[in-house]
Design a protein around this ligand. Structure first.
Ligand code: ZN
Length: 198
């Protein structure tokens, strides 16, 4: 029974995502392919980071979660606003949630303006926030369940990722420098006058 109920809920969501695309047009790229995913994949794939044990991608993932938390808080505030006010809030204006004199803060729907985990964070809406709409970030994208739903509803195909050329280029430079310095030592060894045998 519970399984049936859950299956029903999931179906309803898929329908909503399809409806969103019909109503509101193509899904923004920042939702389907958020830039943070590419950055995390690059840092994971980077040979230098693997050699030196750099865990930057964990910190990026933590900041992504913080951004998702902000998105939930913002959506909750807007839902409360829409219950209280006859004029519905449909389109997110970023300053309404991020500035101390923004509408959601002065209206006490947010205790404090949202603090952004990353300078590239900029929250927007896709769809109508008083109807079926979601919030997403230009850098971090949207909540995973919405992203997955919108991906399947839009027939999204993941892009093939190329290994980051920049970081591997750096590694090549290090190796070249290493070979060069060994070469210089060999040359110096042959050129410099030898110490007289004692
Ligand atoms: Zn963000």
């Amino acid at each position: 029974m519970l399984g049936l109920l859950l299956a029903g809920t999931v179906m309803a969501y898929v329908q909503d995502y399809k409806e969103m695309i019909v109503k509101y047009g193509p899904v923004p790229d920042a939702i389907l392919d958020p830039p943070v995913d590419t950055d995390i994949a690059d840092e994971r794939g980077s040979l230098l980071n693997n050699i030196f044990g750099n865990n930057r991608h964990y910190r990026k993932q933590a900041r992504t979660k913080a951004c998702y938390a902000n998105q939930r808080v913002a959506l909750g505030a807007i839902e409360m606003y829409n219950m209280d006010n006859a004029t519905m809030y449909k389109t997110l204006i970023f300053s309404d949630i991020a500035d101390s004199n923004g509408l959601m803060v002065t209206g006490k729907y947010l205790k404090t303006p949202l603090s952004l985990p990353e300078p590239g964070c900029y929250l927007r809406n896709y769809g109508d926030l008083s109807d079926i709409g979601i919030i997403y970030c230009d850098y971090h994208g949207c909540l995973e369940e919405d992203r997955d739903g919108l991906r399947s509803a839009s027939g999204y195909k993941p892009k093939a990722r190329s290994v980051s050329a920049g970081n591997n280029g750096m590694l090549a430079v290090f190796i070249a420098l290493g070979i060069l310095s060994v070469g210089i030592m060999i040359v110096l060894h042959n050129v410099l006058p030898k110490a007289p045998p004692s």
